[in-house]
Design a protein around this ligand. Sequence first.
Ligand code: ATP
Length: 293
Amino acid sequence: SNIFFRPIEKINAVIESYPKGIAGFKRYTEILDTAPDIADRPGASELRKPRGDIRFEDVTFGYENGRNVLENVNLTIGAGETVAFVGPSGAGKTTICSLLPRFYEATGGRITVDGTDIREFTLQSLRRQIGIVQQDVFLFTGTIRENIAYGKLDAPEDEIWEAARRASMADFVRGLPDGMDTVIGERGVKLSGGQKQRLSIARMFLKNPPILILDEATSALDTETEAMIQQALAELAVGRTTLVIAHRLSTIRNADRIVVVSERGITEQGSHEELVAAGGIYSRLHVVQSRAQ
Ligand code: ATP
């Protein structure tokens, strides 16, 4: 699942299901008319530099025409805390995280940042405070510098280099004939999966959002690259409220808290040791994961 591209998938799904004929057209426009409009409320305020306390209060959500994926979810995440979401495939881990930047709107309950309902903020200012790092990195044809500075176009050169260094990609950039001016993308140098991820991490260091969503990679990278990326991500999470859609035991173990998502809600939470000792769903997932690694 992919948190960032899902709204686009949703649009495609609507377009692809566009049935032929007048009756079909009517159905199509009805879908568009009833699609929940995610827009700013009149008088919405700007979210500026939040501490990053997040609360889900009785949050219920279902995709259009589907059953509820989440029912009455309650969760408090303290500023600076790292929470790992684990659970069976399709349980709703990605869905929970996609409600925070309002890719979808909760159908019941509310989500707050620093105590204020996120619907009170302009979408743009809310999303500016949330960084998303995921497997499928969005790159455009342009220089490495432009790609890193994507979230902060006016960034000074030293900040761009500092971000690259913290993302463990400075040596790689220095080794290129054109350095930061190297053109990447379709017509330029092709980056490996690990390099793309480092670039997206550098972007986040530069953007410096107080809230982070990490949609952890499921596909394997080589061990050395993997370790380097994990290290950079751990550094990135320091001082930020971090929600990880977790697939790796190492990330899960290092989280401040593990939240198990299953059966339309949160069924367990605690530290790794607590959850293993409790002998519930997590302890069974944990056994499976240990075997897989
Ligand atoms: P995974 O570990 O496989 O990524 P997950 O725990 O992140 O799973 P979600 O991706 O949040 O689970 O999916 C929760 C449920 O919602 C699933 O039943 C899924 O099929 C459904 N779902 C996800 N995205 C959509 C969508 N855009 N439209 C309709 N249903 C969706």
